[in-house]
Design a binder for this molecule. Structure first.
Ligand SMILES: [Zn+2]
Length: 246
């Protein structure tokens, strides 16, 4: 082969490599333009492989009610709400991690709440020591994402009641719940809810003796919400309209 032809071949290969490189770059750019970053950030499969918080922080944040601040309700025998909450909240975080959701446990006034971006925020509390039974779930009174907040509340309400058999007490929801401080602290687009898991009085058998069951109900509620959100954001495949066979 003459030197001239060899040079031309070299040049041609260089151009070919450059073209392949450009095409690859364009493909990657297109992937991220189409929401690839968001998919990576919210992917549960990736969260299993890569340590949590890698993509802009956690997917789910759980507040252990009263932790790091006060004891919450205290019953006559010394039972403290904050400790009951923590037993459940810790288990919820563990269960979520097992499902590939990157989750963190926060104190009541955790500094990380400020401007927190997450797929869901849930604060876990329990009700007073009176001899009553039932649970409550509420979201913020004022929100820019009412449908997402409602979806989170509905999922928690359904799954927690299924797991525990407790009755949902809608009428007992107070302003303390709908104007809960953490709703104002996190980013406005972070869906949030607060759950009162039951009464330290009437529901003690569940809350104190069976925190695993309470935690399972809450984790199932959060997973239900994440799955429904995933289903909503999935781009529907475009299919040609079927003409009715007549
Ligand atoms: Zn409380």
């Amino acid at each position: 082969m003459s030197t001239h032809r060899l040079e031309r071949l070299h040049l041609w290969i260089k151009w070919l490599l450059l073209a392949v490189l450009l095409a690859l770059t364009a493909l990657i750019a297109f992937y991220f333009y189409q929401g690839g970053w968001e998919r990576m950030r919210t992917s549960r499969a990736l969260a299993r492989l890569i340590p949590s918080d890698f993509f802009q922080g956690p997917q789910v944040a759980i507040i252990s009610g009263h932790r790091g601040f006060d004891s919450g309700a205290v019953c006559q025998d010394g039972l403290m709400e904050a400790l009951v909450n923590e037993e459940i909240a810790t288990r919820v975080v563990d269960l979520l991690k097992k499902e590939g959701v990157s989750a963190i446990l926060l104190d009541e006034y955790d500094p990380r709440l400020q401007g927190l971006h997450a797929r869901a925020l849930l604060s876990i509390h329990a009700d007073s020591c009176i001899d009553q039974s039932g649970f409550k779930v509420a979201s913020a009174e004022q929100t820019i994402i009412p449908r997402q907040d409602q979806m989170l509340v509905d999922c928690l309400r359904q799954k927690y009641s299924e797991a525990t058999g407790l009755t949902f007490r809608a009428t007992a929801i107070t302003k303390d719940m709908t104007q809960y401080h953490a709703f104002q602290r996190v980013a406005a687009d972070t869906p949030g809810a607060i759950i009162e898991t039951g009464y330290l009085g009437g529901d003690r058998a569940l809350l104190v003796d069976d925190p695993d069951r309470a935690a399972a109900g809450i984790a199932a509620g959060i997973l239900c919400f994440l799955d429904e959100q995933d289903a909503l954001t999935k781009t529907p495949t475009v299919t040609a309209p079927n003409s009715p066979a007549d």
